[in-house]
Design a protein around this ligand. Structure first.
Ligand code: AP5
Length: 216
């Protein structure tokens, strides 16, 4: 099964994709994580992407498409995958369809999360991520046991560069302008499953399972 998660920054796509990958036993592919990894490794892709990411803008389509295509062609994606963060505009969606068709696959469901702006700002400004294993926390909603340290591997927790207030605002504007039109695009194709993104992680996960017609 191929599932796409769409939602504004901080809507909980990464959080829910993590739970969904355990339930569906298929990999979670995050375009943001792939790009951040390239930035960290200082690859050519990473160096090109960084300037856009730092400003909260979309990385050019050709770069992101290349990164995603390389990932979905890997063996562990044979039985499907969950993509979080791609496509991000209609042109990326139009590239995705033939890319999947060449692998004998299609998009089965597009789950979109509705979360109001003030909640998003609270979620993003308190997000902390483990530098070592990537586990995610929130200083109020999901604090680590020891401040600044990961519960799982004791790694250092850091705040993403693009989670500063002015960059969050820029990312929200980009979402409205570039990504929100995708909802209509997928609704018209009968693939859109809209989920209320407010509530506990468990409540939201149950809503997603319901939207995908899966049993809890
Ligand atoms: P990306 O990494 O995709 O960031 P994003 O879409 O802005 O989404 P986030 O990762 O910020 O949020 P999320 O929805 O995953 O929320 P999370 O689960 O972490 O993209 C970053 C950049 O990369 C882009 O700006 C762009 O430059 C580039 N990029 C990526 N893909 C691209 C593409 N396709 N094309 C072009 N450029 C691209 O949760 C957030 C916080 O809330 C966490 O602290 C979490 O613990 C907390 N939380 C989660 N759920 C709940 C809940 N139910 N209640 C309370 N708190 C919660």
């Amino acid at each position: 099964m191929q599932v796409i998660l769409i939602g504004p920054p901080g809507a909980g796509k990464g959080t829910q994709a993590g739970a969904l990958q355990e339930r569906l036993r298929v990999p979670h592919i995050s375009s943001g994580d792939l790009l951040r990894n390239a930035v960290k490794r200082k690859t050519e892709t990473g160096l090109q992407a960084k300037q856009y990411m730092d400003r909260g803008e979309l990385v050019p389509d050709d770069i992101v498409v290349r990164v995603i295509e390389e990932r979905v062609r890997q063996d562990d994606c044979r039985d499907g995958f969950i993509v979080d963060g791609f496509p991000r505009n209609v042109s990326q969606a139009e590239v995705l369809t033939p890319m999947l068709a060449s692998l004998g696959k299609m998009v089965d469901h597009v789950v979109s999360f509705a979360v109001p702006r003030e909640e998003i700002i609270k979620r993003l400004s308190g997000r902390r991520t483990c530098r070592n294993c990537g586990a995610m926390y929130h200083i109020i909603f999901d604090p680590p046991v020891n401040s600044g340290l990961c519960n799982k591997c004791n790694g250092e927790l850091y705040q993403r560069d693009d989670d500063q207030e002015d960059t969050i605002a820029a990312r929200l504007d980009v979402y409205q302008r570039e990504t929100a039109p995708l909802l209509e695009y997928y609704r018209a194709r009968g693939l859109l499953r809209e989920v209320n993104g407010i509530g506990s992680r468990e409540q939201i996960f149950e809503r997603i399972l319901g939207a995908l017609a899966l049993t809890p």
